[in-house]
Write a protein that binds this ligand. Sequence first.
Ligand code: KDO
Length: 341
Amino acid sequence: MTPLTAPTAGSRVMRRRTCLTLAAAWSLSAQWAHAQARQMLRISTPAVPDDWHARMWTVMKDQLEQTAPGQFDVQINLNASLFKQGAEPVAMARGNLEMTTLSAFDIAKLVPEFSIFTAGYVIRDPAHLMQVFNGPIGQELFKLVADKMDITVLAPIYYGTRQLNLRDQRNIKTPADLKGVKLRMPGSREWLFLGEALGATPTPLAFGEVYMGLRTGTIDAQDNPLPTVKSAKFYEVTKQITLTSHLVDALFIGVSNKVWGTLSAEQKTKLKNAAQAAASYNNTHRIADEKQLVGYFKSQGLSVTTPDVDAFRKSVQASYLKSEYAKVWPKGLLERINATR
Ligand code: KDO
């Protein structure tokens, strides 16, 4: 018979280790079970970390942690680290991604009616953008997005007003002055058409390659709103900004219907509210930034010029009206957009 002996110091340590290991395993499996119960929300965006439409996702995540604790597992992937720019809708359709910001250009590929918002000089300013997308026009078009793309739009955001940003200084007054300028555009035919309508030679390039393209001279110019020229540091490798204001640009916070359809009514409200909080955080900061960034770029040595915006407007609008795109715009939509105040 094994005699009953007092535990030695060694056996006490062994027992404590065993207990600790069991506790750790239990805690890990509890965490795992908890993570399983949470709805995963993988987000992919090309946005750089310092940009407002990258930071806004943390606003959404924090709000959800407060209003729906333990229910969502929000995973934010910036810099196109999960999916390359423009590949997000396909990833969502395949069930590999739950959320993103869609551009009008992404949507127009599958919902041609939406190409009206890829046209220059249609939306007048941020307030007009919000009135259009938060009103009946938005509702009608987001229904098409849900039907044709299986994505629910939770909130439109103001991405900013796109301006030209050139590697070298150039006298630009009208579209004719952009002749031969290799203007980088994101890689889809809707974007390239906008570049052409501006009078330039559009060159497709992903957002993540623009800084290097400007630095090495494979492109002469790019277009983006001023807050993004700052956050992506394009001002470091360019000498001029020309305020064409050619596109008052929106992005749309979208969630895959594969996920949206599984949420309870209460969860849907909480997710929508959190997305809207993110949108208003982005909008407030972007609008404030746009008001003061011209001064910043001048202080960095860039020349900031104002062209003949009317000449750009007339020429760009004429290009769109006689294009294939305008043929699929729903009858009367342009007039309704213009009449929205
Ligand atoms: C860009 O590639 O120029 C663009 O501004 C297009 C937008 O639709 C959007 O994809 C944006 O990049 C990214 O979010 C990076 O800011």
